[in-house]
Design a protein. Sequence first.
Lengths: 443, 323
Amino acid sequence: MDANGMNRRQFLRVSGATAAAATAGIEGILEARRAPAWAQGTKLHWVRWVDFIPESDVELKRQMGEASKALGAEVVLETINANDLQPRITAAIQSNSGADIFIMQYNWCHLYQSALADVTDIATEVAKAEGGFYEIYPPSAQVNGRWLAVPHSVVGNAVAYRRSWLKEAGATQYPKTWDEARKLFAVMKQKGKPYGQTLGHTFGDAPVFTYTMLWAFGGAETDKSGKRVVLNGKGAVDSVKFMQAFWRECCDEGGLAWDDTNNNRAFHAGEIGATLNGASIYIVAKRKKDAIKDEKGEPMWQDIDHAPLPAGPAGAFLLFLNHSHAIMKYSKNQKLAKDFLRWLHKKENFEKWFQTQEGYSVGATKAWENNPMWGKLDEPLKMFRTAARNTRLFGYAGPSTAKATEAFTKYIITDMYAKAVQGMSAEDAVKWAEGELKKIYEG
Amino acid sequence: MKKTIAGGAGSAAGFEVALPHPRTSQPAPALTRFLENEGLLAAVLLAPTVLLLSLFIAYPFVMGVWLSLSSTSVGNPGEFVGLRNFVKAWNDSIFRTAFGNTFFYTFWATVFKLVLGMWLALLLNRHFRGKRLVRASMLLPFIVPTVLSTFAWRWMFDPTFSVLNWLLYQGGLITTKLPFLSDGTYGLWCAIVVNTWRGMPFFAITLLAGLQTISPDLHEAASLDGANGWHRFWHVTWPLLKPVTLVVVVFSVIQTFSDFQLIYVLTGGGPANATHLLATYAYQIGVATGLLGEGAAISLFMLPVLFVVVWVQLRYLRRLEGA
């Protein structure tokens, strides 16, 4: 042993591991059975949202110790409110400093493309190992043929509802169409058990509802070129008129001020009978069965079921929150960040996190539909297994570009419905939204 | 009579005064020369302040002006676009709502803070048991971080679990929930209430300090002349309190007009942008959406308005002092 605490043999072993990592990435590290020697104090900073399944964040934070050991550098996970992600990313890009890896939602890669590193190599490896990503991912995380983020997971949404309350209102199953839903929830609202829906400025529940409502009635933001706004048509006007009536007759009108968490709390408190959400309402109700009970004092989770959104005249369509991870160009730890993402997507690591989700998120590839976890889940959660298939992105019928992200970030479609349910005529609300969209797409 | 003092001599009015020998043979040290140069010394002493002001006030301001004149968006430096961002903002219906809201919010919040602050200050200027405790506790809303207290208010106005709705319902005053935050008009008034609650102690304490400088003799003299309470306030207290009041109002207008935290936490600018102020809308466009140029232009709309308000009020203040 020399004065620096390392003899020649050890030095060769460590430098061998570094060389292996440099040439063979995470595989090299694992084969060498030793972490590469990053400069002392090297820290990899990863920012994600605060998960709606708290146990999943606990699992990820636990994994950071393992990742640090495997990679030979400290990996730090920071979780922040999802609504604060975009301001945080903007600040990081403009100051050229901040976290090395950010979670990306939907198609944010288009908006931040100039600041994101090319991760085509990792995305290709993951896709190859798992049989290809869902169709929603290339338009979300690929820009000009290059992957700017590694697809991670998709949060499936469905309507969580109280089985017994629907039965009391005369329904034998969850409505298949919006017209049926309107009749059912009008009865339920009269019984003090309304439908709960946010029309606030939220990243999840509001746009997932409003964009799909627009599509269900045949509405679209743009034509196929994505350059001409076609919102002001029969589809959009009809959908807004329907929403005005549905809101008045069926919904908890406080939803205008809700964020993505209010409907969870309202549902667990027995204030609403149904709401569009991820599986978190069911999962949390089951995990906190002693605290979350129904009006008879029984654990509420036993009375919760899920159903897909009803269909409108044009059909039923889905928009789900998809997640991926991007390495920032300014990061001084490019290689380490890539090695970490490879480590994160190794089956044994991803699976531990995936199983804590219990279906709240599904994987980015169909391979995860076959995970044994699905066989162990309760029936109401099994519908999320294939949730990520056949979903759309905003910007429809055109490509989902940065302009579509801008329209989404300005909440124009959501506000169109919010204005209408507050008293603006459907025609005026659509006209207003059309004007705003034109400034973005045609300006 | 002759006095000699070692070290040199001089004479005045028949006295010979010894003075130190001028050390003409050696030039004064550089430091001494430097310190004796008033202009240079002043520059050196001012430099840290100028540097700090340049770094933290001038640079961001100039940067903000540049951004507002450019098409900069997140990750893209953009190019000079003249006043396009300002024109775009002016033609934006949400901007105009935010612009109107900012005036409405500032005006009513300032009026309420002034009236209630004055009332509180007059009450606290009296002698009663526990006066010090009451004065100290009155400052609590001002001391508690805005984000924290606004979160508490948000819970009180919660659309589903509002304690205020519960109290009003239990008291038989309402039959359906009031849409505190789910209606634009209610939302803005809720924000005004919270702002008043938070800012009133600042008015009260400052006006109280002003009240305590007014000699009780003046009130006694007025009483002897038959003035009632209102007359004493209007003809004695108010004229003497006016300069302090104007300073407080100027500060309050600046802070309220550029308020961000309260709206951001309480309503987030919703529902449907109905409660946005210029600061929150600028943040929404500039930081959240990443259109930095447009966001900077929106925030710069505050500058001329605040400049005019401050200029008019300070001019009035100077006139008062002159009189």
